[in-house]
Design a protein around this ligand. Structure first.
Ligand code: M6R
Length: 615
């Protein structure tokens, strides 16, 4: 949930660390800090509550020299966001500094034992235990930093990616990983370290992804070495070439990443589809599925585990797989699934759906299913992230880096991949006929163009947002394929505008929620022309009869809903199963403009972080 950066080479480390922290700020922005070893051998640590720019202001007149350093941007778990709890943390003697992403579950036991040994703690964090433990082991065993980290790693229970520097050895960074991501960039005579590749890409495209249980020894002017915590053998170092470009990480003239990412969707979906539908529109090409054809053909059930927006996409996936493949589908919150006692067998296919590929709950849920014999399949965006590396097979959504904390283009990418998978499996099973496949596949190809059409309504949606900026509550209603869209629309509004919003199945509303409806409670109703259109029209009548205001998302040319709704947004006609790809766009824009009107920090909403790598 936090972001880590590290550098060792010949440049001024501070500049690289700060730039890297800006790139990783989406992972947490409660506080940030840097530690550099200066040319004169000082270990200088500067930390500040708040965003990276607060740290820059604080550090402006300090000694920023040195070409080795580590840095951190925090999403608080243990201890409130303040300067003291900010990372890097340093050991009692002030010799060692450490940054950490993850949570140390047995920190109170370790802390108590260290206090017994005379160690004093200054912060409320779990992380400080790690740095004190490393120093304790180094002193009592009279060993190297590497040996001390290795030993500490064996005693720590929990998730961690750590980077450690020792003032007495200014030519070395030690890094270790267990269940939290860590990437090492290999440059010419320099190394970079980060929680993901975004801080690295502008310097080198050669990276090494650390695996769980590995420790990297990064020495200046020496070859990178990676060891397993439980043995002295060097792991095989696999250098991966990144495909990402630096332009993908910039705002490209938009005021916010979220707006840029909404407007990128025609292109990102074209990338997502590219090469996956044959030119004649008659077949789907997804090697991750066909290479394991038998597992899908024999699947007694598909379980999809996910969180947040990905969970909403998973609900759409359930409709798709059940409609096209006639395979029963269970959609589970990963955080619930992992602590339930799920019945999973080797006949099950478990799909882990995650933009980041790092969500701790989703990763744990897939590991649980794998241990019970299920075939596990990942649908992720971030290439080389933990989930794709833990699955038997998978499929990337290929929508490029998503930086805004509110997920937009990943959602449409996920739904698109799920639709293509459902068609392919349906074709393999014989549960989808050739004509339906061709119609839906061709409609998938039309989606980028149709989204461009919807963008013509941008100004109208911006105006609509002005009308509703000061509402305190919203209801989002939808049915069938668009009930998950209602949930997603409500989540978008909540997370970036801080307005309470509830997503609900339109017909279920009459069993209680309808009591909330009055003139002050706007309802956003997705009422496109699907097989339950008439029913949804009834639901709109029920809202109007109670004096509620209705914003309706309708199919182009609709005249019925236009008569009864207060405001109408039209989206083009498309196969019913693909309508969530179109209805998502006005819902994303509406949430965005309301949040902007309220002066919210759209890209970094309070209390949130982009990838949730803690429980
Ligand atoms: O990276 P993931 O897709 O696994 O992330 C899951 C959720 O944390 C994520 O979708 C979150 O709900 C977003 N803030 C939604 O916009």
């Amino acid at each position: 949930m936090c972001g880590i950066v590290g550098y060792i080479g010949n440049r001024r480390a501070y500049d690289i660390l700060i730039q890297g922290l800006h790139r990783l700020e989406y992972r947490g922005y409660d506080s940030s800090g840097v530690a550099m070893i200066s040319e004169t051998g000082e270990l200088n640590i500067y930390k500040s509550k708040g965003k990276v720019e607060a740290l820059e202001r604080y550090a402006v007149d300090k000694d920023l020299g040195g070409n080795i350093g580590i840095a951190h941007t925090r999403w608080a778990t243990h201890g409130e966001p303040n300067d003291i709890n900010a990372h890097p943390h340093y050991s009692q003697s002030g010799r060692i500094a450490l940054v950490h992403n993850g949570t140390i579950e047995n920190y109170s036991v370790l802390k108590e034992a260290l206090i017994q040994q005379g160690y004093k703690f200054v912060s409320q964090t779990d992380t400080e235990v790690a740095v004190q433990l490393i120093e304790y082991i180094m002193t009592t065993n009279n060993c190297s930093l590497f040996d001390a980290v290795k030993e500490a790693a064996k005693r720590i229970v929990g998730a961690y990616a750590i980077a450690v520097v020792d003032r007495e050895n200014p030519g070395q960074i030690i890094a270790a990983r267990q269940s939290s991501p860590l990437v090492i960039g290999v440059g010419e005579g320099e190394y970079f370290l980060a929680s993901d590749a975004t801080p690295i890409i502008e310097y080198t495209n050669k990276v090494v992804y650390l695996n769980d249980g590995e420790i990297a020894v990064i020495n200046r002017d020496e070859e990178l070495k990676v060891y397993h915590i439980n043995g002295a053998d060097q792991s095989k170092i696999e250098i991966t070439e990144l495909q990402m470009s630096i332009e993908q990480l910039e705002k490209g003239g938009y005021p916010h990443f979220m707006l840029k990412e909404i407007f990128e969707q025609p292109r990102t979906l074209a990338d997502c589809i590219s090469g996956r539908i044959t030119a004649d529109g008659k077949s789907i090409v997804l090697a991750g599925v066909t290479d394991h054809k038998e597992r899908f053909l024999n699947a007694g059930r598909i379980i999809i585990v996910a969180c947040g927006t990905s969970w909403h996409a998973a609900l759409i996936g359930k409709h798709l797989f059940e409609d096209f493949c006639r395979i029963p589908v269970a959609v589970e919150y990963a955080s619930e699934f992992r602590y339930s006692n799920p019945v999973v067998t080797d006949k099950d296919v478990l799909i882990a759906l995650s933009q980041s590929g790092e969500t701790a709950d989703t990763l744990a849920a897939l590991e649980l299913a794998k241990s019970k014999g299920a075939f596990v399949f990942g649908i992720c965006n971030v290439i080389g992230s933990s989930i794709p590396r833990a699955t038997h097979s998978g499929c990337y959504i290929h929508v490029g880096p998503e930086i805004g904390v509110a997920s937009t283009k990943a959602f449409t990418g996920q739904v698109t991949v799920l639709a293509m998978m459902a068609l392919l499996i349906g074709q393999m099973k014989g549960t989808v006929d050739a004509e339906t496949l061709e119609t839906v596949a061709n409609d998938i190809r039309r989606v980028p163009t149709l989204i461009k059409e919807i963008f013509k309504l941008n100004d109208k949606i911006e105006d609509l947002a002005k009308i509703f900026t000061y509402a305190h509550n919203f209801l989002y209603l939808g049915r069938g394929y668009n009930f998950p869209s209602a949930l997603e629309g409500a989540l978008k509004l909540k997370e970036i505008s801080y307005i309470h919003a509830e997503g609900y199945p339109a017909a279920e509303m009459k069993h209680g929620t309808i009591a909330l409806i009055d003139n002050d409670m706007p309802s956003v109703v997705i009422a496109i022309k699907d097989h339950v259109y008439d029913k949804t029209v009834n639901n709109i009548q029920q809202v109007k009869a109670r004096g509620g205001k209705v914003v309706a998302i309708v199919t182009e040319g609709d005249t019925v809903v236009k008569e009864m709704a207060d405001y109408v947004i039209e989206v083009p006609q498309i196969s019913e199963c693909l309508t969530p790809l179109l209805t998502a766009i006005p819902l994303q824009l509406l949430a965005y403009y309301i949040a902007v009107n309220k002066g919210r920090n759209v890209d970094q909403p309070r209390n949130l972080a982009k990838s949730v790598t803690v429980e």
